[in-house]
Design a protein around this ligand. Sequence first.
Ligand SMILES: Nc1ncnc2c1ncn2[C@@H]1O[C@H](COP(=O)(O)OP(=O)(O)OP(=O)(O)O)[C@@H](O)[C@H]1O
Ligand SMILES: [Mg+2]
Length: 380
Amino acid sequence: MARSPNPFAPTFGRTPPVIAGRDDILDSVYEALATGTNHPDYTSIFFGVRGAGKTVLLNAVEDIAREQGWLTISEDASRAGLVARIERAALLHLRTLLGPPKRRVRGVQAAGLGLELEDAPPLGESEGLREALTRLGDLLAERGSGLMITIDELLSADRAEIREFGSVMQHVCRREERPVAFAGAALPPFEEYIETEDQSAFLHRCSRHNVGQLGQVATRLAIAGPIAQQGRTIDDDGLDAACAATSGYAFMVQLVGFYSWAAAPADSEHITLRHVEKGIAEANQRVSRVVLVPVWRDLSPVDRRFLRAMAVDDADSGLADIAKRLDVDINYAGVYRQRLVRAGMIVATARGRVDLAHSAARQWIRNMPTEPREQPLVLD
Ligand SMILES: Nc1ncnc2c1ncn2[C@@H]1O[C@H](COP(=O)(O)OP(=O)(O)OP(=O)(O)O)[C@@H](O)[C@H]1O
Ligand SMILES: [Mg+2]
């Protein structure tokens, strides 16, 4: 039997075969497009840690828009020239909608020998983003459709560009009510930027969605769904182990799925627990290399001590216990709790309780030798 393509191959942000656990967000965007500019989710921002599934969500939003006959502009703010690129894309859409430039009569020649023709004023190379979106919005409104602009990696954006984009959107979408919708994606610190630095009304009024860990049902679907679609099966105990190893972290779903699929021989229709165990081992190694190592590198000594104090437990930890182990008061521990949630290293499990966000992290942290600068407890 020929090996069918691995359905967990990296999507590089494109839509995976199954988008699990995001129905609420996608439904609300769908409803917003149908309702109009005054729906709160007409302009939304998705917040989540690295690998949470933000780009996948933006692509799904674009798919919804296109299915409704809308045009889309898809941008990534980590490259400079964001506003100019959006403007160019809007002008391209305008040209397509308007068709080839029409010729118009400039005048009748003196001898009455004929008409003198000239091109109608062409769309400028640079109309300005506001003008381009307004014209495009008008044309689309006449047709009963709209434009969806998505911007990924908002945290990396040049702040001046974000301000300019925001003020244009505030005008075009909010004040003039043109059908130009927006969905952005950002790492959690962008929320702090909005709260503390950004003065514009636009970002403040975008609705905010947390792209968190997938629940148990969604995680099972995200793993079992693509396998079934390709005509294979996974044993129940294998599926249980795979789900537990992901902790509902989307990137880990992809890794565990990918390596478990690959571990099963091409001629086998079944993925067994043995294949999954092999898959988990490889996925753990990879997530450590590409997620845990870089995040750990950026953590402060106290952040690291906090994580070590958690890794002592075999499951989630009480904040009070962590504070006791660190010999600090609970408010102080709470500050670090917040920092580590934002860094994507821990998640809240219940009131006053936290757990490591990655199941691979516990053993990884336990194995990590203590560095000298972690020893003294200094406020940082
Ligand atoms: N809802 C989902 N259901 C199933 N798989 C998903 C889902 N969301 C994401 N994935 C998987 O997780 C991988 C990572 O998702 P994605 O690239 O969207 O994360 P991200 O939040 O954009 O990460 P980064 O911050 O690093 O850009 C995807 O390649 C996809 O395979
Ligand atoms: Mg992304």
